[in-house]
Design a protein around this ligand. Structure first.
Ligand code: NZQ
Ligand code: ZN
Length: 385
């Protein structure tokens, strides 16, 4: 097992009705920026619940944070915070609103040009504005981690960053919020969380036995509840297990002491930046082809995955191959199209475009062993057409 440090200061408040604790979670006398997305929180009553539970607090609202949040939009919130002496931010939304708030929190006190935080990937370890979250969409794990992904509209770049000062102070995770989610977003949540586990699990055999078993437990639970929760979002047992899987998939726990990959996400982000494809759907397009192109280095772990998750029999090689087919079948069951050409007609130059971008950024070797070279990125993307 690799050496590790575990630091996660987020207070997670999980379960039905937990939003009632909001006024105790927010610092006393705070002047709050209530940040949200395109307005779903008005339709499903979550906005009402938030304001009901924050009576007596001074609140300034900032709506309109878009899916795959834009740097340009977020900077407007930074201006409001400075003008109105706000001292706490409450993110009410899915990964996009929470990620957007992390960037806002980083940018408010940043000494320099905030775009550098993204383009130079500056990690924020101090001087962030404190914030809490009310999660409305289980998927990203952003409610309990310190990472975020923001798109610069002007350059069509979708960039990930983070830092230890960017953990939420608290996150309220009430599984009943999923009742108003469109089926497509529920499907996305399952596949995003599944792929988060795969990024940290599907590398090469190592001796972190417990991390492997926890990862496999999350994968198995997602396979068990995913197809059902999409059809029955009102079922609390399904909703709560789905939500907890999503948080556990990316709150840092399964990443400790193990190698991790993340190349599927890095390539997938480009497909969102270029074609506005939902984040999870980009992962369903790229992930299986990355496993195919990296088959030799990932074969042993694929075989473990095939045996333990899908109960496959045969030679190591056969099990490893079949486990990729099973993964694609699961993604199809979860309503994913897994080819780029199913989302856009304009795909023929995508591989070259992404390779050039990665080259400019100096990303010449992604993945657990830096084995995802530019040549391999090209092969993966072309295989995904
Ligand atoms: O904007 P509103 O009106 O709220 O509608 C949203 C949005 O249109 C809607 N929605 C959210 N909760 C709802 C709801 N609709 C009805 N009822 C509810 N309860 O869902 C739509 C999608 O929301 P979004 O926040 O974009 O989805 P998601 O949570 O999947 O977040 C995706 C973003 O997170 C990033 C992705 O790259 C993407 O930008 N990620 C962040 C990560 C992290 N911080 O650790 C890791 C992930 O890998 C991912 O990259
Ligand atoms: Zn993701």
């Amino acid at each position: 097992m690799l050496n590790f440090e575990l630091y996660n200061p987020t207070k997670l408040v999980f379960g039905k009705g937990q939003i009632e604790k909001l006024s105790e979670l927010v610092p006393k006398n705070a002047k709050i920026l209530l940040a949200y997305g395109g307005g779903s929180i008005f339709k499903n009553g979550i906005h009402q619940q938030v304001t009901d539970n924050l009576k007596g607090f001074e609140i300034v609202e900032f709506g309109g944070i878009e899916p795959n949040p834009h740097f340009e939009t977020l900077m407007k919130a930074v201006t409001i915070i400075k003008e109105q002496n706000i001292d706490f931010i409450l993110a009410v939304g899915g990964g996009s609103v929470i990620d957007g708030v992390k960037f806002i929190s980083a940018a408010v006190h940043f000494d320099g040009n905030p775009i550098d935080i993204l383009q130079k990937r500056i990690l924020i370890t101090e001087n962030a504005m404190p914030f809490g979250t009310i999660l409305t969409l289980p998927a990203t794990g952003s409610e309990m981690n310190s990472g975020y992904v923001v798109t610069i509209e002007a350059t069509q770049e979708k960039l990930a960053s983070g830092g230890s000062a960017l953990f939420p102070k608290f996150s309220v995770c009430d599984p009943t919020v999923i009742q108003s989610l469109p089926k497509r977003q529920l499907q996305n949540g399952v596949v995003d969380a599944f792929t988060h586990v795969m990024e940290q699990y599907l590398t090469y055999p190592h001796d972190a036995y417990l991390q492997d078993r926890i990862s496999e437990g999350i994968l198995q639970t997602l396979i068990e509840v995913g197809p059902k929760v999409v059809e029955n979002p009102n079922d609390y047992a399904l909703a709560s297990n789905f939500m907890w899987c999503c948080t556990m998939a990316l709150n840092g726990l399964i990443q400790k002491g193990v190698p991790s990959d993340w190349a599927t996400h890095m390539i997938g982000h480009e497909l969102t930046a270029l074609y506005h494809i939902d984040h999870a759907r980009t992962l369903a397009i790229i992930g299986p082809n990355l496993y195919r192109v990296l088959f030799e280095t990932k074969k042993a772990k694929l075989a473990q995955y095939g045996k333990r998750i899908f109960n496959l029999n045969g030679t190591e090689e056969e099990i490893a191959q079949e486990s990729i087919n099973k993964t694609v079948a699961f993604f199809h069951q979860m309503g994913m199209d897994t080819k780029l050409s199913q989302y856009t007609n304009d795909y023929t130059k995508t591989a070259d475009f992404i390779v050039n971008r990665f080259e400019e950024r100096g990303w010449k070797g992604l993945g657990e062993n830096q084995q995802v070279t530019l040549e391999k990125v090209k092969a993966i993307v072309e295989m995904s057409y």
